[in-house]
Design a protein around this ligand. Structure first.
Ligand SMILES: O=P(O)(O)O[C@H]1O[C@H](CO)[C@@H](O)[C@H]1O
Ligand SMILES: O=c1cc[nH]c(=O)[nH]1
Length: 233
């Protein structure tokens, strides 16, 4: 079997899949953290791999950027490939001044300016939330490994270069920690289907402090994020 976007055969994808936005980050994870790696997808260069971590089968696949893109890939992973645990490993821009570069954020919920949730025709506004099972385990792994991980609400935005570059301040007033572009759609798809999803983010820049990571810092932060995500498999 295959889909318009994924050439994997049924059974080639593990029940737990790590989902970076960048397909090259998927390649990096497969090459540096997994053994016995098999590539299952190259369609649109959205690389997907399955391998082994600590004796457990785990997959990793890029999602692209934004709700429509992760919406497609996560839907297919859940409904066509039987994936049960979807763990986004992404970067974010921090609103909270207490967040340092390459700190980890565990997104307990995602607020949004996206219209993704309108498809469900709900009589109100949906709060998209993470799997408690994955979230509590991720926090435990972080604590045990002395990794600073802040749990909170994030903004999933449809825009990276918004017309109003100060709009983040209104979200920050509501306690949101950081901005990224995919978690709301991921959580909607997972919750609608009754499977588990969690977003783990590395702070790649601070919108409030006007700072950004060097490549070296990014590498360290991203490694912490991978460690937490892979321990959930
Ligand atoms: O690093 P990734 O996972 O792509 O995540 C963030 O980076 C991209 C924007 O540069 C958006 O996809 C945003 O969510
Ligand atoms: O500022 C940022 C950084 C990463 N990802 C985003 O969506 N925004």
């Amino acid at each position: 079997m295959s889909t318009p976007h994924n050439s994997a055969a049924k059974g080639q994808i593990a029940e737990t899949v790590l989902l970076p936005g960048d397909p090259l980050r998927a390649k990096f994870i497969a090459e540096n953290f997994l053994t016995d790696v098999e590539q299952f997808n190259t369609v649109r260069n959205m690389f997907g791999y399955t391998g082994t971590y600590n004796g457990k089968k785990v997959s990793v696949m890029g999602t692209g950027m934004g709700c429509p893109s992760i919406g497609i890939y996560s839907y297919e992973l859940i409904h066509m490939y039987g994936v049960k645990n979807l763990i986004r490993v992404g970067s974010c821009g921090a609103f909270d001044p207490k967040l340092n570069l390459y700190d980890i954020v565990l997104a307990i919920g995602a607020s949004t300016d996206s219209n993704y949730g309108s498809q469900y025709k709900l009589p109100g506004i949906y709060s998209a939330t993470a799997s408690w099972e994955l979230l509590s385990k991720a926090k435990k792994v972080a604590d045990e490994n002395n990794i600073t991980a802040t749990v909170g609400n994030v903004l999933t935005s449809d825009v990276f270069y918004g017309d109003d570059m100060d709009s983040w301040k209104s979200w920050a007033k509501m306690g949101l920690l950081a901005a990224e572009m995919e978690s709301y759609a991921l959580y909607c798809n997972a919750n609608r289907a009754g499977v588990n999803a969690l977003t783990i983010l590395t702070v790649s820049d601070s919108i409030v402090n006007q700072t950004e990571t060097t490549p070296e810092q990014r590498e360290k932060g991203f490694k912490d994020m991978m460690k937490i995500a892979l321990e959930l498999a």
